[in-house]
Design a protein around this ligand. Structure first.
Ligand code: GDP
Length: 201
């Protein structure tokens, strides 16, 4: 078994804190990787697949996770589960509050190595993803797209969708120009994500 797989299988994630406001945000010296995306994009399932656990709550009610959750894996890595956005029933004020908290988290977070922006491979980028990308660009943190639920899209279609993202890369300075793929259902891309996080930590 490779080192990254061994690391994630050996170290069960531990819930550290759920931050609802700026003062809850923990001072953390350990390397962080944050996961963000529209609600229902498959974020919880992906975090669970990577950590081989059930730590992230797979949402029955979309948009229910409103806090920034910190999960520590071993003594050298933290997974940060950001609140899902784009929930239809969320009020404007609520959305503004979440975005403000996310921005405050992103600012001056020197140990945050990368933000993974999850995009549903069936729907690609929507206006609220663009909004999130603007927040990420402003914070200057390097972020990378993970296309989720790739089991739902055939490879040819996926290739076309990928090509359509070329223009998106040009518009967003902090966006890493390599797209990752994942399916928690079919265990696609999990090993690659573990390797990447393990190597960057
Ligand atoms: P979250 O709201 O972003 O945390 O998304 P969840 O992980 O709760 O998943 C939302 C829905 O998508 C659930 O019904 C999951 O079963 C489904 N889902 C999650 N990952 C996958 C995947 O890789 N493939 C497919 N086909 N469905 C998925």
């Amino acid at each position: 078994m490779n080192k990254a797989n061994e690391f994630f299988l050996k170290n069960k994630p531990v819930f550290k804190i759920g931050a609802l406001k700026e003062s809850d945000l923990p001072i953390n010296k350990i390397t962080e990787f944050a996961f963000v995306g529209r609600s229902n994009v498959g974020k919880s399932s992906l975090i669970n697949a990577i950590t081989n656990s059930k730590i992230a709550v797979v949402s029955k009610t979309p948009g229910r996770t409103k806090q920034i959750n910190f999960f520590q894996v071993g003594d050298s890595l933290t997974i940060v589960d950001m609140p899902g956005y784009g929930y239809a029933k969320a009020g404007k004020q609520e959305v503004q509050n979440w975005n403000a908290l996310i921005f405050k988290y992103l600012l001056n977070r020197v140990n945050l190595k990368r933000v993974f922006l999850l995009i549903d491979s069936r729907h690609l980028i929507k206006s609220n993803d663009e909004e999130m990308m603007d927040i990420l660009d402003k914070s200057g943190i390097l972020y990378q797209i993970i296309l989720t639920k790739v089991d739902e899209v055939n490879p040819k279609e996926l290739e076309l969708k990928l090509q359509s993202l070329t223009e998106v890369f040009k518009k967003h300075p902090a966006l890493f120009d390599e797209v990752l793929y994942a399916s928690s259902q079919n265990n696609i891309g999990i090993k690659e994500l573990r390797n990447l996080m393990y190597d960057l930590k």
